[in-house]
Structure formats: C-alpha cells, structure tokens
Design a binder for this molecule. Structure first.
Ligand code: AMP
Length: 216
C-alpha cells in the first residue's frame, strides 16, 4: 500500500506514520526526519536546509524532491507512508508523475484534521530525545524518569513564534493540496483529535474500507 499522511504541523502525522510502520509494515518516509539527520550530520543537503528549518520555512522543492524520491525508490515504490511530503503543489505534481511512471500510484492521501488551537497546544508541549528522536508530550506522554533530562529538548521550530509561522506556511502552501488530491480522488479526511489509539483506529478503518471497496 502506498500512502501519504497529510495535515498541519502537530496533527500527529509522525506518530500515526510510526504506528502504521510497526503495525502494518509500511515504511515511514518522513522528509522532516531525513532533513534533521542531514543537518546533524552536516551533509551538504543539511547545510543548505538548516536555516529554512530553523525559521519554519519550507526547504526548496528540488532538494526535498530528491530526498523523497530516493527514499521511495529504496522501498521499491511500495509499502510506504509518506509523512511530511508533499507540502507544495509542485511537490504533489512531481510525486504523482514519479509514481505513475513507475506504475505505482498512491492508494490514499489521509488528511488528519485538527484545529489550530489544538495544534499549538500540542507543539508547545512536545519534546524530543536528541539522541534517539523519541517524541514526548509533557502532559500526555512525559519522558520516563530514567531518561536523562539533559537529552530532552524542544525542537527549535516548536518555539511559539516559529510554530505560528509554520501554521501560516501550512495554510498558504500545503492546505491547497486538499483540492489537488480531492481532484485526483485520493483524499480521505480523518478527525485527528483525541488520543493516539482513537485516531489510529479511525485511520485503519478508512484503509480497510479502501481494500474492500465493494463492501457497503
Ligand atoms: P516536519 O518534521 O515534517 O515538521 O518537518 C520539519 C521541517 O523540515 C519543515 O518545517 C521544513 O522546513 C522541512 N521539510 C520537511 N518536509 C518538507 C517538504 N516536503 N518540503 C519542504 N520542507 C520540508
């Protein structure tokens, strides 16, 4: 199955994509994670991307396109969930072309819908383990006591001013993809509010329906 999981920053894309990986065997391809690793490793891509990421801007389309296409090709064009790609109309068009050329079109684009105030609350309380990348939430899922608190940090782009900017970028650049994917017939919208398991359940229900289109 080939999926995109889509939605504003803080919608839970990464969390749900990781569950789809462990429970359904889809490989999570998260362009944000790939870019953060490149920044940490100070590769040429990382050096180019760093300032954009820290300011909550999008990394140039051509750069992210290459990272995403390489990752998809590594999975032989199947059994993946894209998390955080595409994020612009240009990226969406490239992705569609790339997959159609391989005879491997998307099965679905799952949009997680979450109101802005919920997103801001989630992101301001999100913390990450800087070595393992493990994600925590100070209220719902705090870091265990045996984890060294020095390793728990807030992402630079989760600070309040940058979060507001990322939401603005989302509504300008990424939100229009709803129309694009609706026209292509791939969009399914899932309510992203509630706890992790509830949202996961809603997503898998939708995916199971796709697999049995004649039912109902
Ligand atoms: P994320 O972890 O998905 O929130 O991504 C973190 C940051 O990486 C974003 O704010 C962008 O700066 C960059 N990034 C990730 N994916 C993309 C993409 N598809 N297009 C442009 N920039 C991206």
């Amino acid at each position: 199955m080939r999926l995109v999981i889509f939605g504003p920053p803080g919608a839970g894309k990464g969390t749900q994509a990781a569950l789809l990986e462990t429970r359904r065997g889809l490989v999570q391809i998260a362009t944000g994670d790939i870019i953060r690793t490149a920044i940490q490793d100070e590769t040429p891509v990382g050096q180019e991307a760093k300032a954009y990421v820290e300011e909550g801007e999008l990394v140039p389309d051509e750069v992210v396109r290459r990272l995403a296409e390489e990752a998809i090709a590594r999975e032989n064009y199947d059994d993946f969930v894209l998390d955080g790609y595409p994020r612009t109309r240009q990226q969406a068009e490239w992705l569609t072309e790339f997959l159609v050329e391989e005879g491997a079109p998307l099965d679905a684009v799952v949009k997680l819908s979450v109101p802005d105030d919920v997103v801001v609350r989630r992101l301001s309380r999100r913390r990450v383990h800087k070595e393992t990348g493990e994600i925590y939430h100070l209220d719902h899922d705090p870091p265990p006591e045996d984890v060294d608190s020095e390793h728990i940090v807030q992402r630079e782009d989760d600070k309040p001013g940058t979060v507001r900017h990322r939401l603005h970028v989302y509504s300008e650049e990424t939100q229009p993809l709803v129309e694009y994917f609706t026209q292509h017939g791939e969009l399914v919208t899932v309510n992203g509010e509630g706890d992790i398991e509830e949202v996961y359940e809603r997503i898998t229900e939708v995916l199971d329906e796709l697999r049995t289109p004649s039912a109902g």
